[in-house]
Design a binder for this molecule. Structure first.
Ligand code: PGA
Ligand code: ZN
Length: 417
């Protein structure tokens, strides 16, 4: 039973203010904080009411917390439904999505603590044994690099042939390190700078980034002895000007048709296994065309397209847009809605990818959410304390599971067929 609640302002990994919620139960305690995105989808829930963190905090204290007292924290759906009810809007614009997700995650942690089980088991049941493959950001561009790097936001590595989480993480770190050596050669002005997600930030073109990443992956893959794939997050809503996709660095603009051909070409040339947000967030049609033509060999992933929203995903499923979905619980405001999106995705053959935000917290909670939800992929960077907190937690979870632990085979099965 929820006996007391607390809220405070803390800082995320980017130094922005965020909220942290504490949940005190009769026999347990939990705490959680909200992450924040930089390239946010326009259909995400509202982060703070009026963009005001202090207003979010006073609203929580005055009109949210009193209404949550006495609820049973072990019934996550009830607490989350109450949050939606108290808010009363479609998008948490009154109480703030950041407060909602912090409360939702803190509730789950408190309940797991009271039950004396790990959070992933509280979410997914005691029989869970599958671990997600870590998808990591190696080279950064786009909005995450102030527009000075390549036009594409993220160049990613996915070690889908790894047999255990430790070697999977090791592979990503080795790729990141190998890429550094190549970037020094490709960009004489490269200072070794890394962006918010720990990805290398260099003034190179998209083509150079992909060449370097492919080469590094080949090297590390043969050393480690398993398959490693590469991918991109184009975050194309940030390139779209209402008519065309504007590639500032490359100095070209592409119509939706040209964009489709461009993306297909990249998948072909570099053997990409993962492409996130190749079109802006309303273009379900182009997503469907791309999925139709290359969906058998590449994951086409909707992030800003779906914003973890079950009704947007339903539309995508109907139209055949994408075959995978980014799950950022903070985009939709509660764990229950995120779970709903995951279940809808899985029952329609979509791969759920549980993901961090570029401004994240030092909490490891996301690792438990990914495992508990049974996601085949977790997207949480390669380096950086707030990323590593989640990745190292996966190693602990694997240890805790013991001999029955295994990597989620649905991913390699999908990519090898
Ligand atoms: P964000 O970017 O967390 O800054 O929104 C991550 C992404 O687009 O996947
Ligand atoms: Zn994205």
């Amino acid at each position: 039973t929820i006996e007391d609640l607390g809220i405070r302002k803390i800082f995320n990994s980017r130094g922005e203010e965020t909220v942290e919620v504490e949940v005190y139960l009769t026999d347990g305690y939990g705490r959680a904080a909200a992450p924040a995105g930089a390239s946010r989808g326009s259909h995400e829930v509202v982060y703070f009411p009026n963009n005001d963190v202090d207003l979010a905090i006073s609203t929580f204290e005055k009109s949210v917390a009193p209404d949550l007292m006495g609820l049973d924290a072990s019934i996550q759906g009830e607490v989350d439904a109450r949050l939606e009810e108290i808010d009363g809007t479609e998008n948490f614009s009154r109480i703030g999505g950041a407060v909602a997700i912090a409360m939702s995650m803190a509730t789950a942690r408190a309940a797991a603590n009271a039950l004396e089980i790990p959070l992933y088991q509280h979410l997914g049941g005691t029989n869970i044994r599958d671990l997600p493959y870590p998808l990591g950001n190696v080279i950064g561009g786009g909005k995450h690099s102030r527009g000075l790097g390549p036009d594409i936001q993220e160049f990613l590595v996915l070690p889908y042939g790894a047999q255990d989480i430790y070697s999977a993480l090791k592979a990503n770190i080795e790729v990141h390190r190998t890429v550094f050596r190549e970037l020094v050669k490709a960009d004489p002005s490269f200072t070794g700078g890394r962006n918010d997600e720990g990805a290398w930030s260099a003034r190179i073109s998209t083509g150079t980034a992909l060449e370097i990443l492919s080469k590094a992956v080949k090297e590390v893959s043969s050393k480690m002895g398993f398959e490693i794939g590469i991918g991109v997050d184009m975050a194309a809503s940030t390139l779209w000007n209402g008519e065309k996709y504007v590639y500032t660095n490359e100095g070209v603009s592409r119509t939706p048709k040209e964009q489709l051909e461009f993306v297909k070409g990249l998948i072909e040339k570099y053997g990409l296994v993962y492409v996130e947000d190749p079109f802006y967030e309303e273009d379900f049609q182009s997503f469907a065309e791309l999925t139709d033509s290359v969906g058998d060999r590449c994951l086409i992933v909707g992030d800003d397209l779906f914003t973890t929203n079950p009704s947007r995903l339903s539309r995508g499923i109907k139209e055949g847009a994408a075959n995978a979905i980014i799950i950022k619980p903070d985009q939709i405001g509660t764990l229950s809605r995120a779970w709903e999106a995951v279940r809808l995705a899985v029952s329609n053959g979509y791969i759920p990818v549980v993901s961090h935000r570029s401004g994240d917290t030092e909490y490891e909670t996301l690792a438990h959410i990914a495992v508990g939800f049974g996601a085949p992929i977790i997207k949480s960077g390669v380096l950086g304390g707030e990323r590593m907190a989640k990745l190292n937690e996966l190693i602990r979870i694997q240890d805790y599971m013991g001999k029955v632990a295994r990597m989620n085979q649905s991913l390699p099965q999908r990519l090898r067929r």
